[in-house]
Design a protein around this ligand. Structure first.
Ligand SMILES: *Cc1c(COP(=O)(O)O)cnc(C)c1O
Length: 560
């Protein structure tokens, strides 16, 4: 029989007593050791069976109801652990995408935040979050070369939230009436064809509409083509439109292409001057790649960390582009990506904190919080109202890793990738690397039906749409085979690497498989087994392709 005092046992204590603390620690121990029991370093999934058939979610919805009586916490924990069965896990063969393991300091930071459960909306309710947020905004501002006395920022809902907020700023900079009377329809935003779809979605959500999003062609290294940007901005202006927002991706999610912020800045300044308009707001979508700014002050000449030569050169090339991050009016660090913290810990930064005033609410509109004689930190400019104190996790990771810790981790990722590329070229020459100009932690590779390197011809526009499409289908078979066997090694893929022109005057994107180095447990010494595994899957792909084509041929023979 439950009595009222029992219900308190579901909470941490209010007096720090040992009995409740020990209960809490035992429950945490149960989770942590429960996960450990599920681990297998040679698999990309935790142990346990999970049959996710076509009716899986429907059946869950059919039977899931709130229990009338609560269960003991140890029993609840067992249920939680069974959720984790067969979950992807970031072992050495986890090579799929920007899906990192949460580091121990990242997790501990979350735990610290949860223990007080402050609301980061207002420092009166969440002082720890406010303090950590101001600290991490200053730390990251300093890293990229923003002036810490002028910059601002806050944690938000993803790299996508950062792009959205950048657009809100751009709209409000361009129009003093947008906030009250709605968004004028002659405002335009620009990003490259290789940019994340976040801006597309933001155009819809702000009411500007995705027709007002202009996509800029990319160069072979997946960076924005500056001539195309210039031409398209001039076209917009000539038709009476106003360019208000340019998203420069500094590290594309597929190929690690890096737009030149320096050039975007100079071009937009010049065009604004020429046409008597305001320079568009520039957002650096540095969600993924911005972390390479940790090398901004690395002594490349003396290489104190002893980074391998080619990896060192790769890091230097990337860093030379990241040095221009401070040209952007706003940017983002997705700490849940290369910052090694749990979801969601994205940090949005603005060069001039005063920009945020454009988004702020009138004090009359915030009757519950802020703008009082007490409290000095109220984030009424965020799209969220209540906010988690995720800055505490970021703070924890920054303290624990330090600049050097991040340098070591990123250098390891790059070393593995360099080694993978070499081994791939040597042992599987038919897997052609199609982002050779992008050093970093991602390799895209593509097969050709004749086993030769068809990429230069494709890139030059010397293939028909149908020819490229046929090669895409071959690559799709490899996607399927790698996907089917992903419990052994988990690779990624993309259907949108580089749009190439075709002989029949169309444009088509290339399909490519992807190796994304993201686990701290992937070592250079693992590259051999990764390439060996791939070789088998690629052989299987060719035989499947040949089998399918023969069958298609005889089908046509019968019916024509
Ligand atoms: C991941 C990513 C995004 C989206 O970030 P979320 O945190 O998933 O919202 C946007 N842009 C780039 C370049 C990214 O890599």
């Amino acid at each position: 029989m439950h009595n009222q005092s029992d219900i308190r046992r579901l909470f941490p204590s209010d007096d720090g007593n040992a009995a409740q603390r020990n209960q809490m620690l035992e429950l945490i121990e149960q989770i942590v050791s429960g996960v450990d029991e599920l681990k297998d370093p040679d698999s990309v999934f935790l142990k346990g069976d999970k049959e996710r058939g076509p009716l899986f979610y429907k059946e869950l919805a059919d039977v899931s109801r709130i229990p009338h009586n609560g269960s003991p916490l140890g029993e609840v924990n067992k249920e939680l652990l069974s959720l984790l069965h067969a979950h992807p896990y970031h072992t050495k063969y986890f090579l799929t995408n920007i899906l990192p393991m949460a580091s121990t300091p990242g997790i501990l930071g979350m735990l610290a935040a949860f223990m007080v459960n402050g609301n980061n909306l207002w420092d009166v309710y969440g002082p720890a979050g406010a303090e950590a947020e101001v600290k991490v905004v200053a730390m990251m501002s300093d890293l990229v070369g923003y002036k810490t006395a002028e910059s601002g920022g806050y944690t938000t809902w993803g790299g996508q939230g950062a792009i959205f907020t950048g657009l809100r700023l751009a709209i409000n900079k361009a129009s003093s009436t947008a906030a009250t009377s709605g968004v004028p329809q002659n405002l335009y935003a620009f990003c490259s064809e290789a940019a994340h779809y976040s801006l597309y979605k933001s155009m819809e959500a702000t009411g500007l509409g995705s027709d007002n999003l202009v996509k800029i062609r990319t160069n072979e290294d997946s960076s924005m083509d500056m001539n195309d940007l210039k031409a398209k901005m001039e076209q917009v202006i000539a038709k009476g439109g106003i360019p208000i927002y340019v998203v420069a991706t500094t590290g594309t999610t597929d190929a690690m292409g890096i737009d030149s912020l320096d050039e975007v800045y100079r071009l937009t300044e010049r065009l604004a001057l020429e046409h008597g308009i305001n320079r568009p707001h520039i957002h650096a979508d540095s969600a993924l790649g911005g972390f390479f700014a940790f090398f901004n002050n690395y002594d490349f000449a003396n290489n104190p960390l002893g980074i391998e030569g080619e990896a060192l050169a790769a890091l230097k090339t990337i860093q030379a582009k990241m040095i221009h991050l401070n040209k952007a009016d706003s940017l983002c660090f997705d700490f849940q990506k290369l910052g090694q913290t749990p979801y969601s810990t994205s940090l949005f930064l603005v060069k001039n904190a005063s920009d945020l005033k454009l988004l702020d609410l009138d004090p009359d509109e915030t009757p519950y919080v802020g703008h009082r004689g007490y409290g000095q930190y109220h984030t009424s400019y965020t799209l969220e109202c209540s906010r988690m104190g995720s800055s505490i996790s970021i703070y924890s990771a920054l303290l624990a890793f330090g600049i050097e810790g991040y340098q070591k981790l990123l250098a390891q990722f790059v070393e593995v990738n360099v080694s993978f590329r070499k081994a791939l070229e040597l042992e599987i020459p038919e897997a052609v690397i199609v982002n050779p100009l992008n050093p970093g932690i991602i390799t895209l590779f593509r097969l050709y039906s004749d086993g030769k390197n068809g990429y230069p011809k494709e890139y030059a526009g010397a293939c028909s749409y149908e020819e490229v499409d046929r090669e895409n289908k071959l690559n799709e078979i490899l996607f399927e085979i790698l996907g089917r066997d992903r419990s052994e090694m988990f690779f990624g893929d993309t259907k949108k690497h580089l749009y190439v022109p075709t002989t029949d005057a169309k444009r088509i994107a290339l399909y490519a498989s992807k190796l994304f180095v993201i686990s701290p447990y992937t070592q250079v010494s693992d590259v051999h087994s990764i390439v060996h595994y791939l070789k088998g899957k690629i052989e299987e792909t060719y035989s499947e392709y040949n089998r399918m084509n023969k069958r298609e041929f005889s089908y046509e023979e019968i019916y024509t």
